[in-house]
Design a protein around this ligand. Structure first.
Ligand SMILES: Nc1ncnc2c1ncn2[C@@H]1O[C@H](COP(=O)(O)OP(=O)(O)OP(=O)(O)O)[C@@H](O)[C@H]1O
Ligand SMILES: O=P(O)(O)O[C@H]1[C@H](OP(=O)(O)O)[C@@H](OP(=O)(O)O)[C@@H](O)[C@@H](O)[C@@H]1OP(=O)(O)O
Ligand SMILES: [Mg+2]
Ligand SMILES: [Mg+2]
Length: 324
């Protein structure tokens, strides 16, 4: 059967993201599949910019929240991917990984978990000589900003090697145990029922011996995309292409089951998770991060994956609307 009417998908993104994501190949491929991608102007009333079958978005300012709320109230049949209240749940690093403690998936050899972590809200806690012991955490630690809200600051992290390092931190902060994992992170990009897993550069392992020679903190930011910074000034390229090439991908059945369960449990459709493989147990994985609407354009054939997802959305919605 040929599709006569095309579906209108509105997108509301920050200018930089719009530029990298809404590229010509994507717009063209969407058209071929019967989907018109319509740019939403965030500074104008959303209600006047329809009609849409679906709205995808990654904007968190108050004005956008208001616009989206009013639009949804007037257009309950338009699918919003995803509702703001669901997205906001993964803006807090203290709780974003909680979902994994309840997730039930059929496991074969693999198992998964999250690194031990604690939210510290009072600086006195960090100033104690035995702070790590009192928090029941083992060095090395990663100090992560509590909020993962898309700001540059939300990606500024540091490795913490000893109690002196802990004293230099500001609260609120999430302290997470560092897990040796062979310097490779697996990024599982999910778009509804569709997914793609890629390997990226990560922090190198820290042996017990090395840990004894290290002190204080080491700053870094978005290591999987860029470079490592030592003490805020000395830059070194940390890419280890051979490590990445050698690393075996997690089994597809495992990441598929994990992703499907996550979509259901979180009520989100567009996200990626960062997975690392335990250096001491190759079947054990740790989830260290979840990101809303990540940089899909960086995965091979992202156009197909993303449009397959939008196709599902606009067609499923049509069926649901028709039936109700
Ligand atoms: N517990 C951990 N053990 C080992 N390495 C870790 C751990 N947590 C984070 N890392 C390393 O630090 C990097 C950044 O951490 P994280 O993914 O939490 O930050 P982010 O700024 O939210 O990243 P993204 O750019 O993916 O949003 C990871 O990609 C990984 O290389
Ligand atoms: O900018 P990039 O393409 O690197 O995408 C990154 C994205 O930034 P953008 O949404 O502004 O594009 C980030 O979003 P915020 O946490 O800052 O909201 C986060 O999702 C990263 O994980 C993405 O990197 P990836 O995981 O895909 O490597
Ligand atoms: Mg990450
Ligand atoms: Mg992140």
């Amino acid at each position: 059967m040929t599709e006569l009417q095309s579906h209108r998908v509105g997108y509301a993104l920050a200018p930089k993201k719009e530029q990298s994501f809404v590229v010509e190949s994507f717009i063209d491929y969407a058209k071929q599949r019967g989907i018109d991608l319509i740019r939403i102007e965030p500074s104008k009333p959303l209600i006047e910019q329809g009609p849409f079958d679906c709205v995808i978005h990654k904007l968190y300012d108050e004005e956008w929240k208001k616009q989206l709320g009013e639009f949804s109230a007037e257009n309950p049949n338009v699918v919003i991917v995803d509702p703001l209240e669901m997205i906001e749940k993964i803006h807090n690093r203290a709780s974003m990984l909680d979902v994994f403690t309840q997730l039930k998936i059929p496991l074969k050899n693999e198992s998964f978990g999250v690194p031990k972590q604690v939210l510290v809200e009072e600086s006195e806690v960090l100033n104690s000589t035995n702070a790590a012991e009192e928090l029941n955490l083992k060095f090395p630690l990663i100090a992560k900003p509590l909020l993962a809200n898309g700001s540059l600051k939300s990606h500024e992290m540091c490795l913490v090697f000893d109690s002196e390092g802990l004293k230099s931190l500001s609260v609120p902060i999430v302290l997470q145990e560092f897990v040796n994992h062979g310097g490779v992170v697996f990024k599982v990009y999910v778009a509804g029922q569709h997914l793609s897993c890629v390997k990226r550069n990560s922090l190198p392992d820290i042996s017990e011996e090395k840990l004894r020679t290290l002190g204080g903190t080491l700053l870094f930011s978005q290591i999987s995309s860029f470079t490592v910074q030592e003490n805020g000034n000395e830059e070194e390229d940390n890419s280890d292409i051979s490590n990445i090439k050698k690393a075996e991908m997690p089994p597809m059945s495992f990441i598929t089951d994990l992703s499907k369960a996550l979509v259901e449990a979180m009520g989100l459709h567009l996200f990626n998770i960062d997975l690392i493989r335990d250096g001491n147990d190759r079947n054990k994985y740790y989830v260290i991060d979840i990101n809303y609407f990540p940089g899909y354009e960086k995965i091979p054939s992202f156009e197909t994956l993303f449009i397959d997802f939008l196709w599902d959305i606009v067609h499923e919605n049509k069926i649901q609307v028709g039936e109700s």
